[in-house]
Design a protein around this ligand. Structure first.
Ligand code: ZN
Length: 458
């Protein structure tokens, strides 16, 4: 599986992360389903032009380098490191490789040479262009035809192109800061050739899955297909999957509109990154997802509820091992699995997760049932990845007042129902949270924090 990764010229924003996170969830679900996944995500550190700037079409790396007074290599280093940090904070599993474009120039040059030899490309004005007319399938993925097939249409069409649809594989520009020698002269690769050359050199001529954001469909992925299939004559990708872009407060979020959040900014505002992960998982990847700060707060409280639930089931299970799961657990598991199999419907899968939680609470599950519920939850979390994060979780595992009151209410109900086992579990749970219960008048229980919270059981 190959995922189009970040262009490392600025911090990735949560709209970018929606696409990367969807790839993480896809990989996790495939692995839980018994597949072995070789995941590769590229790092674009050269050649990605700002094609929405009609004047210059400037290289994003070079633009950042001028702005920050660092050379493009330092910019790449800085934002690649930041990307890796963010990725860990979001609980994303590491891919087997994060190939950098600048480390694969020879592979790109080889692919371009092959395309020149087979007549899919031509040299003009110091550049090499792909001859779109030589590849009749161009436009198949995006469904674009005619005028819509002109890549970077708003950039002034280079005069030396034979066809306005043609796109650059190699460019020359004496002012460009990142340059390499090649058989076609000194210059630098286009963005699209990076992904077809790197994915094929690491994963072979045909990939099972290639992902990206929906903005990548055209021209980026259309061009990748033309290059890869033009070079090998074999199908390039069996399944293309694209995440829908993210909306922010009802509008499109994008770097060019300047309305976006980075993980760092949200953290500074007090939002734990793992809540961002949960917020992005709440909608299926191809659905419109409207990101709001209120939604993010709800996501944080959902994560906290799931963590408290896990601890509670652990206590309630005691020494018991999971046995034959009762139907309320198998039904929740079925809901989760069927939703994930339905084109990664994470929203339906979360229904399964919270059904498990509600039913376990309603039934005051203990012993083997609690152990089975915990096993089901841990399996869900192999996909969701929200129960534990290696980084600071901003107090997410601490119980809020309403959650403590909920535990007390359920303990009272258990006592009234003479379910002493359940009542004891809830008492222990409250004690573990450092909550002291005080005798109240007329059966009302008051409580206070003693400040001696024990670490959650593992
Ligand atoms: Zn790509």
């Amino acid at each position: 599986m190959y995922n189009c990764g970040p262009t490392v010229y600025s911090p990735a924003h949560i709209g970018n992360f929606r696409s990367f996170l969807f790839a993480d969830v896809l990989r996790r679900w495939l692995e839980v389903s018994g597949y072995e996944v070789t995941q590769v995500m590229n790092i674009t550190d050269v050649g990605h032009l700002r094609d929405d700037d009609p004047e210059t079409g400037a290289d994003k790396m070079e633009e950042a380098s001028r702005k920050e007074k660092l050379d493009p290599w330092q910019i790449a280093e800085k934002y690649t490191a930041l990307f890796m940090e963010d990725l860990d904070k979001l609980g994303m599993l590491r891919a087997v490789a994060y190939p950098r474009a600048t480390d694969h120039i020879p592979q790109m040059i080889a692919q371009i040479e092959g395309l020149l030899e087979s007549g899919h490309a031509y040299e003009a004005g110091g550049a090499v262009y792909y001859a779109v007319s030589s590849f009749p399938d161009y436009g198949r993925l995006s469904g674009n035809v005619g005028e819509d097939l002109i890549a970077g249409a708003r950039v002034k069409v280079a005069d030396e192109k034979r066809d306005p649809r043609d796109f650059a594989l190699w460019k020359s520009d004496p002012h460009h800061l990142m340059q390499w020698d090649s058989p076609f002269g000194r210059g630098f690769p286009g963005w699209h050739i990076e992904c077809s050359a790197m994915s094929q050199s690491l994963l072979g001529e045909t990939l099972d899955i290639h992902t990206g954001g929906e903005d990548n469909i055209f021209p980026h992925h259309e061009c990748e297909i033309a290059q890869a299939e033009g070079a090998t004559g074999k199908p390039f990708v069996r399944y293309w999957m694209h995440a829908r872009h993210l909306m922010l407060d009802g509008g499109k979020m994008s770097k060019s509109l300047g309305n976006l959040y980075t993980i760092g900014q949200l953290e500074e505002m007090g939002h734990p990154p793992i809540a961002v992960r949960f917020a992005l998982l709440r909608s299926q990847y191809r659905q419109v997802l409207n990101f709001t700060l209120d939604g993010l707060k709800e996501a944080a409280s959902s994560v906290r509820r799931l963590r408290l639930f896990a601890e509670e089931m652990e206590l309630a299970a005691g020494d018991a091992k999971p046995a034959d799961a009762p139907s309320w657990i198998t039904a929740a598991v079925k809901r989760f699995d069927e939703s994930m199999d339905d084109d990664l419907n994470t929203s339906g899968a979360l229904d399964g997760v919270f059904t498990l939680l509600h039913e376990a609470h309603r039934r005051q599950a203990t012993g083997a049932d609690a152990a089975s519920a915990l096993a089901a939850l841990r399996r869900f979390d192999r996909v969701l990845g929200v129960l534990h994060t290696p980084t600071d979780d901003h107090g997410l595992s601490e119980a809020a007042d309403e959650e403590i009151e909920d535990l007390i209410r359920r303990r009272t109900e258990a006592r009234e129902a003479k379910d002493w086992a359940a009542a004891d579990v809830l008492r222990d749970r409250l004690a573990a949270l450092g909550i002291e219960l005080l005798d109240g008048k007329e059966g009302k229980v008051r409580w206070r924090r003693t400040g001696t919270q024990s670490p959650p059981p593992r």
